[in-house]
Design a protein around this ligand. Structure first.
Ligand SMILES: NC(=O)c1ccc[n+]([C@@H]2O[C@H](COP(=O)([O-])OP(=O)(O)OC[C@H]3O[C@@H](n4cnc5c(N)ncnc54)[C@H](OP(=O)(O)O)[C@@H]3O)[C@@H](O)[C@H]2O)c1
Length: 338
């Protein structure tokens, strides 16, 4: 058990969920500290029936902390993680900053839990759109070796944090009332619209979010020969990312076999009944830790192709749940070595 833990970015969209998750999953600890920017320092957070004052994120804040779960913007993670490591504090980090560092394991507990053992003080949790796709790909890859993936995402505004949710709500209200809203998180109006750009221009016409799906999938599955073509789109849905995924495998995996593989994989729930209009929708998956899969069918455009629809709560399995599961793995490893 870690005696003293901290949540870094405790006031953010993911940080709030991490707080809930620690309670829900009865994560063991003696003392807890909530850290955020100087904007939130001094405000209070109610947690397990007690009021806690949010502290400003500074190097000294990590003195005496054994484990920190971080969910801050990348530049903040770049700065604070070394402060924690210098003070022997282990960090589970949600940001994108450390994920591709070769010394840092990038972990989805259902997919590559063994990677946690290699950690040197920091373990990264993947991007939300990567996590749900890789959970879905893993049983197919084990059974038939995934060779190619074409994926289009339909990403909720909560993926852009508290500011993204505010832009959707206030922008929609303003549009319905005939008024205007100054979008702060998104570069274009998101109300009644789609934005086919998430992140900055990164490589060969792909965005940073799209290339995260490529690089992180290769790292987690330990196979950089898988060819991936992602298109990431922001949609006016408050929470839960959806993905349309087409996979080509070395060995053909039929629809029935795929359904069985998905259904028996930990963390996946299958809802697949097209004649009765049953398939995963963001509104059904909100607040659930699973990766939902439906619309499983043969990809008619190639020989060994399979197409399906995948939805998951980006704030939970895409972020907070995965980070807390990693922390639980660390607790189990600690207990095992005594
Ligand atoms: N949202 C998702 O679905 C999702 C999924 C996977 C990973 N992530 C990653 O998780 C991280 C957090 O995302 P989010 O959606 O929770 O964002 P958010 O709602 O904007 O929250 C950001 C958090 O970081 C804190 N913060 C910002 N600047 C800071 C600074 N200079 N010093 C200290 N703390 C600072 C904020 O504190 P204040 O409240 O004081 O500003 C807040 O607690 C990001 O790296 C994101 O890419 C997000």
């Amino acid at each position: 058990m870690f005696d003293s833990i901290a949540i870094v970015g405790a006031t953010g969209a993911v940080g709030r969920l991490i707080r809930d998750m620690l309670q829900e999953r009865e994560f063991p600890y003696e003392r807890i500290t909530f850290l955020a920017s100087n904007r939130s320092a001094g405000t209070t957070i109610g947690f397990k029936g007690e009021k806690h004052t949010v502290q400003e994120l500074r190097p000294e804040a990590f003195s005496g902390i054994d484990l920190a779960i971080g969910s801050t913007p990348d530049p903040v993670a770049k700065e604070f993680v070394p402060w924690a490591l210098e003070r022997d504090c282990v960090v589970v980090d949600e940001s994108g900053y450390w994920r591709m560092d070769p010394k840092v394991p990038l972990v989805i507990p259902e997919v590559n839990p063994e990677a946690v053992h290699e950690h040197q003080g920091i373990i990264a949790s993947p991007n939300c759109s990567t996590t749900q796709m890789v959970v879905a790909l893993k049983p197919l890859h084990d059974a038939g070796r995934v060779r190619r993936v074409v994926v289009s995402t339909y990403q909720a505004t909560s993926g852009a944090g508290v500011g993204g949710q505010r832009d959707l709500e206030e922008g929609t209200r303003a549009a319905l009332n005939g008024g205007s809203h100054k979008y702060e998180t998104f570069a274009h109006p998101i109300a009644f619209n789609l934005i086919p750009q998430i992140g900055s221009q990164k490589h060969a016409g792909y965005t940073s979010e799209e290339m995260k799906m490529v690089y992180e999938t290769h790292k987690i599955l330990g196979d950089d020969t898988i060819r991936i073509c992602p298109t990431c789109v922001r949609v006016p849905v408050s929470n839960c990312h959806s993905e349309s995924i087409s996979v080509e495998t070395e060995r053909k995996i039929g629809v029935d076999e795929a359904r069985e593989l998905f259904a028996s994989f930990p963390g996946i729930k299958v809802i697949d009944d097209l004649p009765n209009g049953k398939y995963p929708k963001p509104s059904d998956c909100d607040g659930d830790d699973a990766v939902f899969i439906g619309r499983i069918r043969e990809d008619l455009s190639c020989d060994n192709g399979l197409a399906f629809w995948c939805v998951s709560d980006n704030l939970r399995k895409g972020a907070a749940t995965n980070a807390v599961q990693i922390a639980e793995l660390l607790v189990r490893i600690q207990a095992a070595v005594g």
